[in-house]
Design a protein around this ligand. Structure first.
Ligand SMILES: [Zn+2]
Length: 130
């Protein structure tokens, strides 16, 4: 895989930008995603279930950070189990709320990296399909 394309996909994903052109933000506000890119026309909203991969990314990030954070905190400060559960329970609730936009953007960027033509083909329910 081309490193330049990978770096560009990661940069645009973390920047919440269009994976194709990078010319527009994926979101109009904190939660609302644009239906398509206003610059290049790439559809951001896809078929139902498309963003299930973003949920996996968000879940993996949350669990990975919580487990790593638990062991780091245990090693350095050794707080009580009650504090650990409180801290990482709150983290497991709040972190995904903050990171869901990044998870969706990274998922879109990965999808575009793997298949740059995705989103340009007509879907099975569209008028252009045979
Ligand atoms: Zn675009």
């Amino acid at each position: 895989m081309d490193r330049k394309r990978l770096a560009r996909a990661v940069r645009r994903g973390l920047g919440l930008r269009c994976p194709r052109c990078g010319g527009a933000s994926l979101f109009t506000n904190l939660v609302r995603m644009r239906a398509r890119c206003p610059v290049c026309g790439l559809p951001f909203e896809r078929e139902p279930g498309y963003f299930i991969g973003a949920i996996y990314i968000n879940y993996g990030l949350t669990v990975g950070l919580a487990v790593a954070g638990y062991f780091l905190l245990e090693t350095w400060l050794a707080p009580s189990t009650g504090w650990q559960v409180t801290i990482w329970g709150a983290f497991a609730v709040l972190f995904p709320l903050w990171s869901f936009r990044y998870s969706k953007a990274i998922w879109l960027a990965l999808d575009h990296l793997v298949d740059p033509t995705e989103g340009e083909r007509p879907g099975p329910g569209s008028a252009g399909a045979p």
